[in-house]
Ligand binder design. Structure first.
Ligand code: COA
Ligand code: THG
Length: 558
């Protein structure tokens, strides 16, 4: 069965469906929804049995939905319609939300229903709900919808608002006025809800220090207090704003009136305005360390998984400290609940005076961190991935002795999409160490996302763990403690150190680093500026003008 994924972008949901459907032996191809002519060309070339739209902003033209069955994956419960479903679900404090798979017709989101799946809402950002609950429910509903489509006896359900089980309704586009923060009246939870509903797009517009700024990356502060609306403190990256009942931390801002009108850390955008504010480091933190039963857990929750030079250096310092602990035998690199790591921070690089120099600094700081992990002879190190991981982040994870991953996450173990970037992070040592030569070429060249089943099979990951974040952390703790208490721990540690010594004699790590960095130097400073162009397009979200043939397979054949 041929299925065309028609999508605005190859986002995390589209990637997950691509992986899961391919695993179930469907013939999958992808087309970005660029314009009607291009979409028509795609269906003519591929002649799909079914079109599935995981993430679509435009109307599918009559020519297409009249000829092909087109199923829209709508991030809302049955009856919900419109472009801001999740935004409203968060703002309206819905207790139960869901995903509906419906057939595209003339009226947006009003077509016949093929399947739906509901979940309990959680107080979290829109992007977090999207990547976890929505993606999980979408997968369930899409599989059911495909089954129903193939079944002769199935009859799709007409949308009928007279039916009392239909709880959703048509809602307009959520606008700034719908989530504007009133610092004099809103309590902290209301403020968090408003910012969560707009995170990562479009952000909540506010006025700070006379500047119009979009707020993102909000966290609760428990003890600090001040005059509501005043910025009262700062830490490494975030600013703290007082509310009527407590305060909130804001990690990222966007100033649409400046050249670099993309998201940047708050302290980066407001350097001058906040220089005299008190520095507080016992509130919200991006890096934290906890010890439990012989295991050290290093949590690092970086917005969008992006790791700038400073974050790499601070994380390395925390790791050095963790390695000095005599009370632990195992260190678990926990990452964050949303992402583990997506490699160097392309926004910070884009905003730098010299993006080439900042790229160089960032990749070297990443490499120093990887080296710190590889050269741990005192502990067994585990990478525990509960969020999506891409580019350099994947190889950073692979630097540990073992990689454990939540079974529902998506990995993007390649760099080439970023203007043919060669990549570093000692991948040329780490990848062949764990995977076959054939797989190394395939992984780096195919530029495709990998699910955890595949990642296990090729050796990118050692353990797959089912469940949500809470049960994932429980399982990780149990398994890490088991290693720490194991009677064969000393042998395990000795073996690993011996192997490292052997590898070093075979070819020193410095040599791998030099080789990789000589390529990276060309990417950053050479005549070919592809990396700089690709990074600009990524950071400024320049709309793609065509679908890469790696995923638009119908275009490869022709
Ligand atoms: N630096 C800065 N921002 C990053 C980032 C990075 N390395 N990786 C992801 N992001 C941001 C995106 O800009 C996006 O921002 P938003 O909040 O404005 O939406 C957000 O993280 C989510 O990314 P998105 O691409 O929508 O997520 P995805 O799950 O669909 O795709 C990747 C994941 C990894 C495929 C994709 O983000 C990517 O290609 N990242 C770049 C990786 C890279 O080349 N790093 C540098 C080399 S080490
Ligand atoms: N039928 C057809 N095409 C479709 C859908 C359909 N395309 C995708 C669509 N469903 C997904 N759902 C929506 C619903 C409403 C809007 C967009 C996607 C919407 N958009 C505003 C508009 O077009 O004016 C603009 C919103 C914005 O600015 O972001 O209302 O069922 N054939």
């Amino acid at each position: 069965m041929r299925i065309l994924l028609l999508t605005h972008a190859f986002n995390s949901l589209a990637q997950r469906l691509f992986i899961e459907l391919e695993q179930r032996k469907f013939d999958i191809s992808v087309e970005f929804d660029i314009n009607d002519k291009v979409t028509q060309q795609a269906v003519d070339l591929f002649n799909p049995d079914l079109v599935i739209a995981p993430f679509l902003k435009r109307k599918i033209s009559d020519n297409i939905w009249k000829k092909y069955t087109c199923l829209i994956v709508h991030p809302g419960i049955i009856g919900d319609r419109g472009p801001s479903s999740l935004d409203w679900a968060i703002l309206n404090k819905e207790k139960i939300w869901g995903v509906t798979v419906l057939q595209a017709n003339e009226e947006m989101d009003a077509g016949d229903i093929y399947a739906s799946c509901e979940f309990n809402m959680r107080l979290a950002t829109k992007s977090s709900l999207y990547r976890n609950e929505i993606t999980g429910s979408a997968l369930t509903a899409v599989l059911e919808a495909i089954n129903n489509y193939q079944s002769k006896s199935f009859k799709a359900q007409k949308l009928n608002y007279k039916n009392t089980s239909v709880k959703g309704k048509l809602r307009p586009l959520a606008q700034q006025k719908d989530r504007k923060v009133n610092w004099q009246e809103d309590d902290s939870e209301t403020i968090l809800r408003k910012i969560y509903s707009a995170d990562g797009m479009p952000g909540v517009l506010d006025n700070l220090f006379g500047r119009e700024l979009f707020l993102y990356d909000a966290h609760k502060e428990l003890t600090l207090k001040g005059k509501p609306g005043d910025v009262i403190a700062r830490n490494n990256t975030a600013i703290c704003i007082a509310t009527i009942d407590a305060a909130v931390w804001i990690g990222h801002l966007r100033d649409k009136n400046i050249e670099h009108n993309f998201k940047l850390p708050s302290t980066y955008l407001l350097t001058e305005e906040i220089k005299n504010l008190p520095y507080v480091d016992n509130g919200y933190r991006d890096i934290s360390y906890k010890e439990e039963s012989g295991v050290g857990y290093l949590y690092f929750s970086f917005y969008n998984g992006a790791m700038d030079t400073d974050k790499c250096k601070r994380l390395q310092q925390h790791l050095i400290k963790a390695k000095q602990q005599k009370s632990t035998k195992v260190i678990v690199l926990m990452g964050g609940s949303e992402y583990w790591s997506n490699g160097m921070n392309l926004n910070i690089i884009e905003a730098a005076k010299s993006p080439a120099d900042e790229s160089w600094n960032n990749i070297n700081a990443m490499n120093d961190l990887v080296l710190e992990i590889i050269n741990t002879n005192s502990h067994i190190v585990i990478s525990a991935l509960m969020g999506n991981t891409g580019a350099g982040g994947v190889f950073l994870a692979r630097a540990a002795d073992e990689v454990w991953a939540k079974s529902s996450i998506v990995l993007n173990p390649h760099y080439k999409d970023m203007g043919n970037l060669y990549g570093s992070e000692y991948w040329s040592y780490l990848l062949p160490k764990h995977t076959s030569d054939k797989d190394v070429k395939q992984i780096m060249g195919s530029r495709l996302p990998a699910g955890i089943k595949k990642a296990l099979y090729i050796g990118l990951v050692d353990e797959s763990i089912d469940g949500d974040n809470i049960s994932f952390i429980k399982t990780v703790k149990r398994k890490a403690e088991k290693i720490s208490n194991s009677s064969s721990y000393d042998i395990l540690l000795k073996q690993k150190n011996k192997q490292r010594e052997k590898d070093e004699n075979n070819k020193p790590l410095q040599q791998y680093r030099n080789e990789e960095l000589s390529h990276m130097k060309r990417n950053f400073y050479g005549f070919d500026t592809s990396y700089h162009i690709a990074r600009y397009n990524f950071v400024f979200k320049v709309k793609k003008s065509r679908t890469p043939v790696t995923i638009a397979r119908h275009r490869k054949q022709s």
